[in-house]
Write a protein that binds this ligand. Sequence first.
Ligand SMILES: [Zn+2]
Length: 245
Amino acid sequence: MKPGPKSRPETPWLLAFGAHPDDIEFGCGGAIAVETRAGHAAHFVICSRGEAASHGTPARRTSEAKRSAALLGATVEFLELDGDAHLERRVAQAIKLAGVLRRLRPRIVLAPSPEENQHPDHSRLGQLVRDAARLARYGGVKELRAKAPHAVDQLLFYAVTPDAEPSAIPPVLIDISAPEIVAAWTAAMEVHVSQTRAREYVELQLTRARLCGLRAGVGRAMALFPSVPVVLDSLAHVCRGARGF
Ligand SMILES: [Zn+2]
C-alpha cells in the first residue's frame, strides 16, 4: 500500500460516505484499497460517531475510524446529521450532503445501499446521498449558491451486509484479489475491535468477497451497485465479464 495523504485532499477522486464509523471499511474497503494503491485520493465522510451502538464509546469508535481510514490510504472527516439511529430523510440533510459534494468535488462517490431491511441509517443515508448527488448539480438551489454546482461521474452503492445488496441493480464487480489489497482491507476492518469482538464481521466480509470472487472468476471480488447505468465511450472499455461458472 502507498501511504495515504497526510491531510484531506482538496478534491478527492473518490469520496465515500458512511452512516457509522465502520460502514465504509466493511462495506467497500477492498475496492477503496484498490484505488488508493493506484494513486487515486480517497476521503471518507462519516455521519455519526456510533453513539447508539451496543459496543464501543463514540470516542473509541472515532479513533478506530481514523486509524482504519489511514490503513486504507484515505483521509476522514465526521459530519453532524441527526445522530446514530436517528437519521431521517429530509431535504435539509440532502442539501447539507450536496454542500459536501460541492466542497470536495469528487468524481466517484460511494454510499450505503438504499435497500431496506438493515440498519435504518444505512438505507436512509444511501437515499440522502442519491438525492444530494442531484441537488449538487442544480444551479438554482439557494442554500448551495456559495459553491459552484458539481456533477459527480458516478454514485455507486455498497452493501454493508448481504441483505443490503440491491436485487434490481446488476453489480460492478471489483477484483480485490491482490494479496496487499486483501491485507490492507483486513487490517482496516480489524482495527474496529469494539465491533469485531462481538460478532465475526471480518470473517463474514472476507467470505462474501471470496464468494463474489468465485462468481467473477478471480480470487476475491467486491460488488458495487451503480445508481444509474454506467456509460462507456467505447466497447473497448468493457472489461471482462463474470465467468466463474
Ligand atoms: Zn452501520
